[in-house]
Design a protein around this ligand. Structure first.
Ligand SMILES: *Cc1c(COP(=O)(O)O)cnc(C)c1O
Length: 422
């Protein structure tokens, strides 16, 4: 029998908000309190010497992250946006150089290149994986391309082997933004790490979090040195350096606090368990939701961190558009709903070329760079943006009872589709 919907005033399926997802257990909390008690909340100095690489907690978080994620070097930073900016500088981008990246990502993936006056070139995505399509990446390579910035969007690893082949063939650097996919063992081939630099975000919404934070990883010692300099006022430290290539070593303050570093260390030993808890919840939802007409779920690979559970809606087959469906689901109490995702190529800073001043810099440095901005430039991403609906799996605990309620809410809405006006 059809039930009335909460959007029309009925009692919602989910009456009580779910418990928030919480990766900070009591041991992690205790160790953070202990660091607070020492009052030594940062041990960085923006100068050559003892404090250049930060305090004990930063170094410990770096050491443990490096060992869990098979990296020779880890550089803790105060956000992964900072990590991306440092990485884009470390690889030696010149003004006007081109970086091929995806429009379907958090904006920092692309803007990190702009910080060094390089030009983001947007490559359309694959409609099943939401990640960069390597075949399309290759078509965008020009004589000025210097790097590929790939993303593991929603927690699904990008096709890094194919991207590495393209990078090697054309002499490009490969940076992987794994902010949404802290998967130990991902992106290795025969035990070798595939990316030149990759890393994770520890902001409040991610699988592991310390409020704000991030970490950049690399197996290249020279890149690690550059990341450290950009993190911490490199120009003030370099006075005595005898290295030759001193490009892009303008430093910043990207330093992570000691309490934040401890909080991350306290979660790292559980990273696989924490990711698995998101993946299991997402797979329970997939089981409960598959078969609903007009709701499309792609095939998910075994290796998937399920930061977001992605779905697309076929409004034409069910007669209700995505936004009204989402409003009805939200009214039933479903948490973490995301409607649409990024189409970075349509943002004003690219379309109007106002990233640096008003005179079109850095595009003026390279007038032949592919113009990949504005409507029509990335048709797959644009079509998906209108049909996409996701569930942010770190928005709530999503235990078994809770995922059953989410499934019930979807079924209730689908049973009464004809009562929702489009
Ligand atoms: C969260 C996120 C970032 C930025 O991380 P912050 O730590 O918030 O700066 C970058 N890229 C992607 C794909 C993200 O999800």
């Amino acid at each position: 029998m059809k039930e009335a919907l909460a959007v029309h005033g009925a009692k919602p399926v989910i009456g009580q908000p779910f418990k928030p997802y919480d990766p900070i257990d009591s041991a992690a909390l205790e160790s953070a309190i202990e660091v607070l008690r020492t009052r030594k909340l940062s041990d960085f100095m923006g100068a050559a010497g003892e404090g250049f690489l930060g305090g004990e907690q930063n170094r410990r978080a770096e050491q443990i992250t490096a060992s869990i994620f098979n990296a020779r070097n880890a550089v803790a930073v105060n956000s992964w946006t900072s990590g991306l900016i440092a990485a884009a500088g470390a690889i030696g981008l010149e003004p006007g150089d081109e970086v091929i990246t995806t429009p379907w990502t958090m904006c920092a993936t692309a803007t990190s290149a702009l910080h060094w006056d390089a030009i983001p070139v947007f490559c359309d995505i694959d409609s099943d994986t939401f990640n960069l399509d390597p075949a399309k990446v290759e078509q965008l390579v020009t004589a000025r391309t210097r790097a590929i910035f790939a993303v593991d969007i929603f927690g699904r690893p990008c096709d890094s082997s194919s991207l590495r082949k393209i990078a090697d063939q054309y002499g490009l650097r490969l940076i992987i933004d794994s902010a949404q996919a802290p998967l130990p063992g991902a992106h290795t081939e025969d035990g070798n790490v595939i990316a030149d630099v990759w890393g994770y975000s520890f902001n409040y919404h991610k699988h592991l979090h310390c409020g704000e934070g991030g970490i950049a990883l690399t197996n290249d010692d020279d890149l690690a040195w550059r990341l450290q300099l950009i993190r911490n006022h490199g120009e003030a430290v370099l006075e005595s350096s005898d290295r030759e290539d001193l490009r892009n070593l303008i430093g910043s303050n990207f330093r992570l606090g000691e309490v934040e570093a401890t909080l991350i260390t306290g979660q790292l030993s559980r990273v696989e368990e924490l990711v698995e808890s998101r993946a299991q919840a997402a797979r329970r939802l997939v089981d409960g939701l598959k078969g609903l007409p007009g709701l499309e779920l792609t095939n998910f690979p075994d290796q998937h961190a399920f930061y977001i559970l992605p779905m697309t809606i076929r409004a034409d087959t069910i007669g209700v558009d995505r936004d009204r469906l989402a409003a009805a689901l939200k009214a039933e109490g479903v948490p973490g709903l995301v409607c649409g995702y990024q189409n970075l190529h349509r943002l004003g800073i690219f379309v109007n070329k106002t990233a640096r001043g008003s005179q079109g810099f850095p595009w003026t440095q390279n007038p032949t760079a592919p113009d990949t901005y504005g409507a029509g430039a990335c048709p797959v991403a644009e079509d998906l943006h209108d049909r996409f609906m996701g569930i942010h799996m770190c928005a709530a605990e999503f235990n078994a009872a809770e995922t059953s309620l989410v499934v019930e809410a979807f079924h209730r809405v689908w049973d009464s589709l004809d009562s929702i006006e489009s």
